[in-house]
Structures are given as C-alpha cells and as structure tokens.
Design a protein around this ligand. Structure first.
Ligand code: DGL
Length: 275
C-alpha cells in the first residue's frame, strides 16, 4: 500500500492545517463544493494555476515538471494536511511524480470515472469527454484496458470546453452552437445501441452540465466524480467533532496574481476570500 493512501492519524494532524484543492482554473471548485460538505470542520485553500491555464494543450513532460515545481512552493507556503488535485489533466500526467517527489504528503487525485461508467452502462457505449491532454494519456488508456474492456469507449478530447466553462461561470455569453459542437462526438449510435453514459473527465465540465443536458441529442448520464473524490478525501482526514474554524474564511490563491472583478466575485460566491 503506497504511503499516500494511509489515513492520517489524529495525532499527526495539526488542528489548523488546511486542505489544499488544486486546479488549473475554476474546475476544482466543483470538487471543493463536495469536499466542504463532507469535511466541514477543516479550512480549505483553493489554488487556481490560472497563469498556466489551460493545461489541456501542454506537452506532458513540461506539465509534469511544472507541477512538481509548483507543488514544492505550495507545500512550503500552505503546509497542507492533504492535497486534492482536482484536475484530471494534471493528475493523470503528474500524480505519480508528485507522490514520488513529496512522499510525506497525501495526494487525492482525479482521474476519468471510467470504472463506474463501465459498471453502470446498459448499452455498453460510453464516452469520455475530457481535455485533449487527458484523452492522450497512457493513464486514461490503462483505465479503459483495466476496467472497460467489455465496453466500447469513445474518447472525446475537447480543445475548447474548459475555456468555455470558465467564460460561462463568469457570466459571459457562450453560444449553444459552440458547446453543441464540442459534445456532439460523444453521441454514438449503432443499429442496436446508443451511448448512455458520458464521463465528465475534466472538473470544469460539471459547471456546464445543465447546458449539456439541454443540448444533448438524447438523454444520457453525465458522470461527475466530485462526490467520490470528496469521499476519498474524507476517508483520509481524521474526524474532529467540533468545527475548528467556524469564522475562518477559506481562501483562494491565483498564480497569475490579482484576480479580475469576475473571478473575485466568483470566488467570493463560493465563500472564498481572494488573497
Ligand atoms: N480542470 C482540468 C481537468 O480536470 C482541465 C482544464 C485545463 O485544460 O486546464 O482536466
């Protein structure tokens, strides 16, 4: 059992250590939302690496090196209890490198929910909607080989959806046609079956789930892993009966520096102080 999966012992945990939730942008907020419900007694620091967004188009080795370097700084600055890497594109390329570089830190990762999709599908046709980086990864191909060998899995790498989700959440106008074009390849129809599950393989996409439902050519399950990730984090963090930080505002940090108005408003609407 790798060190990263051992639950933390209560004795080893300082009461004010935060949980760090990380993404390239706003996508990790979909995971933070669930994590706060399940771990209400802990302080959270949300880090958006907006200086490097989007991760989807980065070369693998460059992104891995960037993430290992960046986490070195984040771990020093925040001394977190646990890190939730709420980004498929980051974790599928750098999860192992992060665990190797920082063996004392617990990393909870995010990977496309291919296993639950394969267990749930009735038609056997499953699509994975993710960034171009995530669909290219050997990690993702390995998940399909290990857990979905009996399904027909279509990998759909969307070059634009993460940025469209960022715009949508900030209240900008995002035309339906732009979204329809990105999700269209997910819908596969054969003589006897059609896609019944689409895995949301990028944490930005749950923000668009209602739009996806409205624009889908037929109803499917859109699988969002946020709650499962939060449950995993909960299982590693010792329970503390009394809330330790009743008044403390959780905070957001942006690697690009001062947030613009829309970003600040968004982070504040999630109860995050932007520093
Ligand atoms: N939210 C990230 C993910 O889960 C990716 C967005 C990006 O391209 O940076 O994959």
């Amino acid at each position: 059992m790798p060190a990263s999966v051992h639950p933390l012992s209560a004795a080893a945990v300082a009461v004010d250590q935060p949980i760090l939730v990380f993404d390239s942008g706003i996508g990790g907020l979909t995971v933070l939302r669930e994590a706060r419900v399940l771990i209400p007694e802990r302080r959270f620091v949300y880090v958006a690496d907006d200086a490097a967004f989007p991760y989807g188009g980065w070369a693998e080795a460059d992104l891995r090196a960037h993430l290992v370097r960046l986490f070195g700084r984040l771990l020093r600055e925040h001394a977190p209890l646990l890190c939730i890497v709420a980004c498929n594109t980051a974790f599928t390329v750098a999860g192992a490198a992060l665990r190797a570089a920082y063996p004392d830190m617990r990393f909870v990762g995010t990977v496309p929910a291919i296993k639950p999709a394969a267990e749930r599908t009735r038609s056997g046709l499953v699509s994975v909607l993710a960034t171009p980086g995530t669909v290219r990864r050997e990690y993702t191909r390995g998940l399909i080989r290990s857990f979905a060998a009996r399904c027909q899995v279509r990998l759909v790498g969307s070059p634009r959806l993460a940025a469209l989700a960022e715009a949508y959440v900030r209240g900008e106008n995002v035309p339906d046609d732009a979204i329809r074009a990105e999700i269209a390849p997910c819908f596969v129809e054969t003589a006897s079956a059609r896609t019944d599950i689409v895995v949301l393989g990028c944490t930005h996409y749950p923000f668009l789930a209602n739009v996806f439902r409205r624009l889908a050519p037929w109803p499917v399950d859109w699988l969002d892993p946020a709650e499962a990730i939060a449950r995993r984090a909960r299982s590693l963090v010792p329970r503390i009966e009394q809330a330790l930080h009743p008044d403390a505002a959780d905070e957001a940090r942006l690697t690009a520096g001062p947030a613009d108005f829309a970003t600040r408003r968004l982070m504040n609407s999630f109860g995050l102080r932007v520093s």
